[in-house]
Design a protein around this ligand. Sequence first.
Ligand code: FAD
Length: 546
Amino acid sequence: MITKRAHVKMAAFFVLNCVLKALSASVAWPTTSSTSVLDVLRELDIANAQIRTDPEAIALASADFGNVSVAATLPAAVLYPSCPADIAMLVRASCASASPFPVSARGCGHSIRGQASAPGGVVVDMPSLGRHTDSSARLAVSVEGRYIDAGGEQLWVDVLHAALAHGLTPRSWTDYLHLTVGGTLSNAGISGQAFRHGPQISNVYELDVVTGTGEIVTCSKEKDADLFDAVLGGLGQFGIITRARIPLVPAPARARWVRLIYADAAALTGDQERLIDERGALAGFMDYVEGSVLTDYQGLIGSWRSQPPSSFFSEADAARVAALAEKAGGVLYSLEGAVYYGGAGNTSAADVDKGLEVMLRELRYARGFAFVQDVSYVEFLDRVHGGELKLRAEGLWDVPHPWLNLFLPRSRILDFAAGVFHGVLRRDRAAGPVLVYPMNRGKWDGETSAVFPDEEEVFYTVGILRSAVADGDLARMEEQNARITHFCEDAGIPYWQYLSYYATQAEWATRHFGPGRWGRFVERKSKYDPKAILSRGQRIFTYPLA
Ligand code: FAD
């Protein structure tokens, strides 16, 4: 009998084999275009940088967390830069070449569908920047200025620790901190703090970028504002971020971490909206508000994204939750919140307890199903990493992840819940976390390249974050994803993908950006990357620009 773990290992082996087979084709018998890329690279005068074309380097640069599609995205080479000037030189060489080749920054490859790839071109291994320079130079805190200058290749978890060494912290986070600064700023960077502080792209003072013409530009809202706005949420299309200046605030020491169980979606979303309402009675109390759909099975695959040091539920609690789920038809919801206190802030544990008491009285969760933990600020922010380690230990991290992330207008979230959580995904056991939480649109900057619903004050994010661990899972999940988007289209529910994937430019133009935004996106592309060199793995532009 083949165990699940053995099955996963075999699947990983199969994927690696496919990559290596495809590689032997592209490396041993290079195509005309990859030959010319290698010719250009030979001429580059980058003494401290390294360029590799061997199968191992190509395989590593081609793989991503999605583990869904690899074969079509192989680069000809990987650049390991020692400084931003190496990257600029590479981009200039591509620009000057008769057939400009793709260049893509690769943070950690946490993309889902080859977005960090450079088909036939060069992947820039961003972590290499940090290996060549003293880390204090790539993570420099200004206590007086209340900011940190972080290299684009730096992980948010390292940004956190560098800032905490001075009693300071950034305000806006992603759930998972082992992502690069440049990678999340190219998307948006969202988590349960975004309702109050906006996404990470709303929390940047200044950037250094290498544009698609190979210029190194420092930009901000005051200087080269259009480039600054273009790069933020720009899917890597306008420049490679080599430094970001992130604002800091005094750091708290601890977090009261709350989980409340709901038997219906309307009660959950009603309470979430009360908590994020800046004018309401509960305004300002919570520092973090998220939520998730609990299926009737909550094993590691279902819950890895939110792992406290010790479990929220005792065995008896878990049995009560299971009974409640059965009564509710198999679908429960959980509101996840946190209140920070201690440290440099003024809030004491007693203040938090008083506030929590009021809040718990007001909210409409299933009575008797409120669970509270007290953890350090770092334990709270780095909560997903514990789940990662557990999944890795089980051989369940490097599996296919056909994730679907959507933004939806507030007015349609309950229609979506009825059709998807209680329809398409109902009793879809052991598949992965499903997040659902609201954000205030006013905290998003419409000048950036990020696309979000802008007709209502509040919009929701839904993250259907599943792992395909068994035979047939991937095909079934892909089919369910298609059913979800078709359901939205049939029901007239507008949606926008976050961390989007579209196969053609026409889909990007019509489904993702829409006419107004697409026009601006194209105009910026022709200004900052006229030869469509950057981040071709996003499949938005090809050369020559249409
Ligand atoms: P990569 O995958 O390497 O690159 C992503 C894209 O950005 C590519 O197009 C690449 O070319 C471009 N890029 C990379 N670096 C740069 C740079 N320096 N300059 C310009 N372009 C660049 N996102 C959230 O918002 N919130 C979350 O809570 C969250 N949780 C996640 C949890 C996990 C386990 C995973 C795998 C992903 C999560 N994400 C989340 C998604 C994450 O933000 C994206 O995957 C993002 O791309 C960061 O990953 P990366 O740094 O590895 O970038």
